[in-house]
Design a protein. Structure first.
Length: 130
C-alpha cells in the first residue's frame, strides 16, 4: 500500500459565514494529499511535466461526514488506488483529530501535454507506485 499523510490548517478565507470550510476546498485538500503522495515517492508533478505528461482530473467523489472549521488542523491521507491503462485512482481521507470528516477519491488520466491525448504512464512511475 502506497500512502502519504500531511497536516493542513484550515484558513479563515476557506470558510463561509457559518465558519465551515467551503465544499470546494475539499478538492484542494485532496490535491494537497495527492501532491504529498507523489512527492514522498520522489515523483512530484514536475517530474511528469519534464516527460511532457499531465495528469488531469476526470472524476471525483467526496463524501462529507462533518464540517471542518477555521483553524482546525486537518490530517489528510492519500493512498494510491488502481492504475489501469491510462487511468489512475487515488483515495483520500480527511480527519480532524481522530474524527473522519470526509473521504473520497479522484480519478486522473495520463495525457501528453500539448495534444492532451491519452498516454500510458511512464514505466518509472508505474514501478515507484506499485
Amino acid at each position: 500500500m502506497v500512502k502519504a499523510e500531511l497536516k493542513y490548517r484550515v484558513l479563515y478565507s476557506h470558510t463561509d459565514v457559518m465558519g465551515i470550510a467551503n465544499n470546494e476546498r475539499y478538492l484542494e485538500y485532496f490535491e494537497a494529499g495527492r501532491n504529498e503522495l507523489m512527492r514522498s515517492r520522489g515523483f512530484p508533478y514536475t517530474e511528469l511535466e519534464k516527460l511532457k505528461i499531465g495528469l488531469p482530473l476526470i472524476e471525483a467523489k467526496i463524501k462529507y461526514i462533518a464540517g471542518a472549521k477555521y483553524d482546525d488542523e486537518l490530517r489528510i491521507t492519500a493512498e494510491m488506488g488502481k492504475m489501469q491503462g491510462v487511468r489512475l485512482t487515488i483515495n483520500y481521507k480527511i480527519f480532524v483529530g481522530e474524527k473522519l470528516i470526509a473521504e473520497g477519491y479522484t480519478e486522473h488520466a495520463f495525457v501528453k501535454l500539448g495534444s492532451l491525448k491519452p498516454v500510458r504512464p511512464p514505466e518509472e512511475f508505474i514501478n515507484i507506485f506499485k
